[in-house]
Write a protein that binds this ligand. Structure first.
Ligand code: FAD
Ligand code: N01
Length: 545
């Protein structure tokens, strides 16, 4: 219960609150709960019609999580943790969406969420020490603190292919899938994109469509999900001591309680490496295979290449046509440098007679026409085009609020013109009292985001409460701290292979976007340690007034 409750007020057309949160996904819901408990008045502004964020928007066939749901859950309340049991190792989108509805009901969150409302612009008022938010639907908001929980993967990338508007058939985006579903039966369907969304939806679309043509630019690594009930070994480990399990996750590399692997690839024989690989392949666990094969798998090019070769073998064993198998075998990026995907019948789908793979590396798309897609080598007539082309990740939703104007009229788009600059991925110099959850510079997307989001939210809300209790009204990162974080990010990124791939992690997927590795690469445990140290050393790198 709040020690000091601050009531929201409305003056004219402006709602006055202590804290405005944008976004009612995983992050925004937890923020609202924590802010209320800390005694702040808060409103959440959400463009969607209900809670859930990612899981509200991504309703395409096959949408599931790829971190086991035992780990991809809130952990802040052990009672909540006990009240909800997932039906599968990797739950479907509808089940995950139900979970967010359950959480919203349990903590009575919806009464402080304004749905169907988009924040268009945000302006810092230096004299009043408040943010003024402009919305597209009714009342604007005035707040002391402005927290963007707008999501890393919430702004679909526009289709930058000529002729999209000319297409006379149906067009869908996986990230904006219609709520009442889409009937694909008997239709000639194209899927453009073979990242996680494409790889999850392709097998189910192939089952419905008369013919499916998949347009692949970059082949992704896909690992078997082996979905089903939560595996016994993890369930037993979890049930033995839930609190210890959660705590280990918080200090781990990727937000799932696996130990640091110590053996490097060259210390292991071929047979030992194969045994480890086969065990990981059979486990159907993304984090296991990303972190538990050998210690140098994410840091050393040669140690990493061994994994790529083993996966190529697996693809050849499933896909009957050798040319298709070769096209599906990634050969232009290290394993893990682009987010690997989970395979439920994905590679096997290419053995179906109604599925064709078009390798855009050999025959790029020339244009979309009224009747279909034309490449350098063929013309494909279509009824439906599905864009599984991804997101303007990490910065897209932040920059879509435009302008965000900080101290002395500084605009965030100008400050970030050469790439995003943050301190800890949570704050930006020149923008007092602005916080980003899972912002660029945080480990977020390279981890189980449940763990990262809870850490970011706890850190921010704890700081706001401490600030208030000490009589301060503003908190702002210094330029020096921000430059230091950029240097630290750059140093860390030299230790992993992420920089060697053109991905949404680097902004390379969006034409014209400044390229820089956006997530923090040294892991959630080390990051948590740094955030804690910032506090224990008197808010190192922040100016408080
Ligand atoms: P989101 O869930 O994206 O919510 C942000 C909300 O902000 C959205 O509802 C959006 O409408 C709203 N918003 C944005 N801008 C505005 C604005 N200007 N005004 C009003 N509202 C606004 N992560 C994992 O760790 N494990 C997984 O298994 C996993 N699976 C995923 C599957 C898919 C299909 C996708 C796309 C992502 C997945 N992720 C996964 C990442 C996922 O995005 C995060 O785990 C998490 O759900 C993000 O929560 P969030 O609250 O930060 O953002
Ligand atoms: O997007 P992506 P996504 N012409 O960017 C291709 C999470 N997620 O929505 O790589 C032709 O990965 C593009 O090709 P290329 C997860 O973190 C999780 O699939 O740019 N092709 C690529 O193949 C994931 O990483 C799950 O060469 C074009 C694809 O489209 C993140 O969200 C499920 C193109 C986009 O892949 C994003 O995944 C879904 C063009 N113009 C999402 N533009 C789980 O399983 C793009 N492409 C939990």
């Amino acid at each position: 219960v709040a020690a000091r409750s601050s009531e929201p007020t409305n003056s004219g057309t402006t709602q006055q609150v202590d804290v405005a949160v944008v976004g009612a996904g995983f992050a925004g819901l937890y923020l609202l709960h924590r802010l209320r408990k800390a005694g702040f008045s808060a409103v959440v502004i959400e463009e969607a019609g209900d809670v859930g964020g990612t899981w509200y928007w991504n309703r395409y066939p096959g949408a599931r999580c790829d971190i086991q749901t035992i780990d991809y859950s809130y952990t802040f309340d052990p009672e909540l943790d006990r009240e909800w049991t997932w039906s599968e190792k990797y739950a479907t989108q509808p089940e995950i969406l139900r979970y967010f509805g359950f959480v919203a009901d349990r903590y009575d969150l919806r009464r402080d969420i304004r749905f169907g409302t988009r924040v268009k612009a945000a302006n810092w008022d230096d004299a009043g020490e408040r943010w003024q938010l402009t919305t597209d639907n009714g009342t604007n908001v005035s707040c002391r603190y402005y927290i963007m929980a707008t999501g890393c993967l919430s702004t679909p990338k526009p289709p930058e292919i000529d002729g999209v508007k000319d297409f006379k058939g149906e067009i869908y985006f996986t990230g904006r899938w219609p709520h009442d579903g889409v009937n694909l039966a008997g239709k000639r369907v194209a899927v453009i994109g073979t990242g996680s969304s494409g790889i999850q939806s392709i097998p189910l679309i192939a089952e419905q469509a008369a013919h499916l043509t998949v347009f692949q630019r970059t082949a992704s690594f896909a690992l078997p999900a082996h979905n089903g009930p939560a595996p016994d070994d993890r369930k037993t480990y979890f049930e033995a001591d839930r609190a210890a399990y959660r705590e280990q996750a918080r200090w781990s590399l990727a937000g799932v309680p696996y130990p640091q692997e110590m053996a490097v690839s060259w210390q292991l024989s071929d047979a030992e490496r194969r045994e480890r690989f086969e065990k990981a392949w059979a486990a159907g666990d993304l984090v296991h295979i990303l972190t538990q094969l050998w210690a140098d798998q994410a840091a050393d090019f040669d140690g990493n290449a061994l994994i790529g070769k083993l996966i190529h073998e697996k693809i050849r064993a499933v896909v009957k046509d050798p040319e298709t198998a070769a096209a599906l075998s990634p050969n232009d990026h290290p394993f893990g440098s682009k987010r690997p995907c989970l395979d439920t019948n994905y590679y096997a789908t290419y053995n179906r007679p109604n599925v064709t793979l078009v390798n855009l590396r050999q025959e790029p798309i020339k244009a979309i026409t009224g009747s279909g897609i034309v490449t350098d080598k063929r013309s494909v007539d279509l009824d439906v085009i599905v864009f599984a082309t991804g997101f303007d990740a990490m910065t897209g939703a932040i920059m879509a609020v435009h302008p965000i104007t900080g101290r002395a009229g500084k605009s965030l788009s100008n400050v970030w013109a050469q790439g995003p600059q943050t301190y800890l991925g949570l704050t930006v110099a020149g923008f007092p009292n602005l916080f980003m959850i899972t912002g660029p510079g945080s480990p977020s997307v390279l981890s189980n985001m449940a763990v990262s989001i809870e850490q970011h939210v706890d850190w921010v809300v704890d700081r706001l409460a401490a600030l208030r209790d000490a009589g301060f009204t503003t908190m702002e990162a210094t330029e020096t701290a921000q430059a230091g974080w950029a240097q630290h990010m750059a140093d860390c990124s030299m230790l992993t292979l992420h920089r060697l791939a053109n991905t949404w992690y680097t902004g390379a997927n969006v034409p014209g976007k400044v390229q820089a590795l956006m997530p923090y690469t040294s892991g959630v445990g080390p990051y948590r340690g740094i955030c804690n140290e910032v506090v224990s050393r008197g808010m190192l790198g922040f100016r408080l007034t």
